[in-house]
Design a protein around this ligand. Structure first.
Ligand code: CP
Ligand code: NVA
Length: 308
C-alpha cells in the first residue's frame, strides 16, 4: 500500500503517471463522463489547520468519483482533547477507505500512516504540500510550460518551497530559490533534493537575490510570508521580507510570456503585487481548480496501488 505524504517517496515516472491520470480525469469530468473510480468509498479528511481549497477540492473530488468525504476537524475530534494520533489512525482507518490529513509536523503524518490500514494523503504539513505541487505541475503542462522550465521561487523557505525542491529534483528541471537571510529552506530537505538532482539532472540554485532568480525564468512563483502557525512572527516577517514582493518590475525580468503561479491564499502587495496577481489570474485560478482534478488523480492512483 502506498501513501502520498511527500513527493520524496515517488519516482519521476510515478509523478508523471499521476499527472497524466489527473489530466484524463479532468477531461472526463468536463465532459460529464467521469468514471465512478471510487464508488461508495469514504475519504476521511482530518484538518488541524484552516483550509478553503484543500477541503473543498477533496470533498468535491471524492464525491465526483462516486464516494463520500467526511470532514473531521481536530476541534471536534477527541484528537483535539488529547487522544493520540496513533489511536485515531487505528480507529478511523478501520471505518474509511482513504484518509487525508492537514497537520503541523510531517512526523504526525508519518505516524498516522504507520498505524493506518488505508492510504494516507498529506493535505499539507509544516514541511511539504505535495498535492499542491501536483496541481501546479499539471497547470504548467496545460500551459505548455513543462518543457525545460526554469522555475523561480521568491519568498519564504517553507512547505511550498520544499515541495518545489522535491518536484524539480525528481523531474529534473531548473529551480532557483531566493529567500531572505534566515528564511532558507531546511538543510536536510535541500540535501535530499541535491541527491535526487544528481540522478535527474535538475539544476537547483539557492540564493538571496530575487532579481537574479527571476531573470529569464519561465515560471515565477511565491507563497505567503506568514504560514499557518507563524502568526506571532508576522510583524518581524513583514519587515524581513521587504524587497521580496513579486511586482511588475520583477516580472519584467522573467522570460517573455512567463507564467506566475501562487498556491493561494495570496496576500496582495506583500508577496505579490495586486497588478501581477490580476495579470496572471487565469493561470492562478486554473491552478486552484486543478487541485480538484490532481487530487482525484492521486486518490485513484492510490486506490489502484492497494495491496489486494
Ligand atoms: N493552497 C491551499 O492549500 O489552500 P487552502 O489552505 O485554502 O486549502
Ligand atoms: N505556506 C502556506 C501554504 C498555504 C496553502 C502555509 O503553510 O500556511
Amino acid at each position: 500500500m502506498r501513501h502520498f505524504l511527500t513527493l520524496k517517496d515517488f519516482t519521476k515516472e510515478e509523478i508523471l503517471e499521476i499527472i497524466d491520470l489527473a489530466i484524463k480525469i479532468k477531461k472526463q469530468t468536463k465532459k460529464g463522463k467521469l468514471k465512478p473510480y471510487l464508488k461508495d468509498q469514504t475519504l476521511g479528511m482530518i484538518f488541524e489547520k484552516s483550509s478553503t481549497r484543500t477541503r473543498v477540492s477533496f470533498e468535491v473530488g471524492i464525491h465526483q468519483l462516486g464516494g463520500k468525504g467526511l470532514f473531521l476537524s481536530s476541534n471536534d475530534l477527541q484528537l483535539g482533547r488529547g487522544e493520540p494520533m496513533k489511536d485515531t489512525a487505528r480507529v478511523i482507518s478501520r471505518m474509511v477507505d482513504m484518509v487525508m490529513i492537514r497537520t503541523f509536523s510531517q512526523s504526525i503524518l508519518e505516524e498516522f500512516a504507520m498505524y493506518s490500514k488505508v492510504p494516507v494523503i498529506s493535505g499539507l504539513s509544516d514541511s511539504y504540500h505535495p498535492v499542491q505541487l501536483m496541481a501546479d505541475y499539471m497547470t504548467m503542462v496545460e500551459y505548455g510550460k513543462d518543457v525545460n522550465p526554469i522555475v523561480a521561487y521568491v519568498g519564504d523557505g517553507n512547505n511550498m518551497t520544499h515541495s518545489w525542491l522535491m518536484l524539480a529534483s525528481k523531474l529534473g528541471f531548473e529551480l532557483r530559490i531566493a529567500t531572505p537571510v534566515g528564511y532558507e529552506v531546511h538543510s536536510d530537505i535541500l540535501s535530499d533534493a541535491l541527491q535526487f538532482a544528481e540522478i535527474s539532472g535538475a539544476k537547483i540554485i539557492i540564493g538571496h537575490d530575487p532579481k537574479k532568480a527571476i531573470k529569464g525564468a519561465t515560471v515565477v512563483t511565491t507563497d505567503t510570508w506568514v504560514s499557518m502557525g507563524q502568526e506571532a512572527e508576522k510583524a518581524k516577517r513583514l519587515e524581513d521580507f521587504k524587497g521580496y514582493m513579486v511586482d511588475d518590475a520583477m516580472m519584467a525580468l522573467a522570460a517573455e510570456g512567463a507564467m506566475f503561479l501562487h498556491c493561494l491564499p495570496a496576500y496582495r502587495d506583500y508577496e505579490v503585487s495586486e497588478s501581477v496577481f490580476e495579470a496572471h489570474a487565469d493561470e492562478i485560478f486554473d491552478e486552484a481548480e486543478n487541485r480538484l482534478h490532481a487530487q482525484k488523480g492521486v486518490m485513484v492512483w492510490l486506490d489502484e496501488h492497494r495491496d489486494n
